[in-house]
Design a protein around this ligand. Sequence first.
Ligand SMILES: Cc1cc2nc3c(=O)[nH]c(=O)nc-3n(C[C@H](O)[C@H](O)[C@H](O)COP(=O)(O)OP(=O)(O)OC[C@H]3O[C@@H](n4cnc5c(N)ncnc54)[C@H](O)[C@@H]3O)c2cc1C
Length: 450
Amino acid sequence: MLITDVLVAGAGPTGLALAVDLARRGVDVRIIDQAPAHFAGSRGKGLQQRSLEVLADLGVGDAVAAAGWTPPTRVTVRGGPVRESPPGDALILPQSIVEAILRDRLAELGVTVEFDTALIGLAQAADHVVASTSRGDVAARYLVGCDGGRSTVRKTLGVPFEGESSDATSVVLGDVEVRGLSRECGHLFIDPARGMLALTPFRAVPQWQLVAAAPDVGEPSAAEFRRQIDLFTGLSDVTIGEPTWMSTYRVNVRMTRQFRVDRVFLAGDAAHVHPPAGGLGMNTGIQDAYNLGWKLARTLAGTASPTLLDTYQQERVPIAEWTLETSRSGLGSMWSSVTNGEGSLDAVRRPEHRQLELGYRGGPLSRDLVPWDGPRAGDRAPWLAEIGGGGFTVLGFGAAAEALDALHGATVRPMPGDQDVLVLVRPDGYVGMVAGSGDVQQVQDYLDRP
Ligand SMILES: Cc1cc2nc3c(=O)[nH]c(=O)nc-3n(C[C@H](O)[C@H](O)[C@H](O)COP(=O)(O)OP(=O)(O)OC[C@H]3O[C@@H](n4cnc5c(N)ncnc54)[C@H](O)[C@@H]3O)c2cc1C
């Protein structure tokens, strides 16, 4: 049987980002999805700053920037004045467009999503894994389950998915064309006695995203959307078209702490699900993928330490824990601000939602050999716009720049400064090592076998 390097199960944002990262590194990757065709809804509609850096490195920065925007929001609290809330940091665009852009990039790299192909089981061997799919068996060196919150891969592995789920449906959402409201901003209508209605226009498609959160929401339908608009706005001149996508949402706060079982990995919603407050889900999945991509590529190329793949779980579990806690507390604060009539968006637009401060300090790949005033090992490297990503870079600050010539396997770059320090930046844009000019061998060892 032919063995592919990596099989990605699930072509949502996580699976697509991973497939792009692997394909651009020359890894032989296949990506399957059980759906007959691509997903067409707006669902996760915000790309955070860190994801924008990642997507730029994956070659789609301009495409997402052109398709998204950062609108202000007009907040109307029943019985209160209308307030303009300034734009947040996240780039607003439908998840379906993010996925389409990633699919196009993947096609450029010669890989197409194999739709209508469900993973139904898997069996692990010493040096490969065989996935049973609805279209036959696929053998791969590694399998990554990016198959969403109900992940078949996770269930087949039998790893616990700890946390809580609510049975109550209190949110309906969908994509509809809206007339009678300005397209120049988002609109948030708050009724402290009932809940909230958010209407967000997009740049790239005529539809808006409608989200109604109230204890009495019914099944999603055009009539239900109309009813919620009437109840929340009282504006009869606001009209809507036929919804092109509809869904309901229940609060789930769950994660696994086993992101890896031998040759099988879990990423994105397959590994963690949480409330949408703060807009972190799709972003955290894309960043899981970005953490794993280079590690799989190095391991397949035989240029990694045997423990490099373990670091995926070691580094991403704490991030998932942070994401669950941040979105859970954000949801609570947002709901308080709705019910007390304040209507503030602060709870879902905190600086930490940009995910720029997240990192891997103290983690297995973070080594501080010398002190300095700059970022520590594990921090996101702040020079990415200048140095780019994708591979290892070693920056030589001050007199340490003279040591750069002795290094191989990395892009090297002298940097101005009065501290003599070598800073090794990982392929995913985090500082891996801070070293002195006498530590060239340690830096080289890191580059040779991270
Ligand atoms: C109301 C709402 C608002 C949200 N807002 C935001 C936001 O602003 N920002 C944000 O970052 N996130 C947001 N999210 C969350 C975001 O939508 C998810 O976190 C994101 O879709 C997860 O991506 P994923 O690729 O991991 O999984 P998914 O998008 O669920 O993709 C999984 C894919 O796997 C496929 N699949 C499933 N089972 C199998 C199988 N057995 N075999 C093969 N394929 C399979 C599915 O068809 C699907 O295409 C929001 C979610 C909701 C519901």
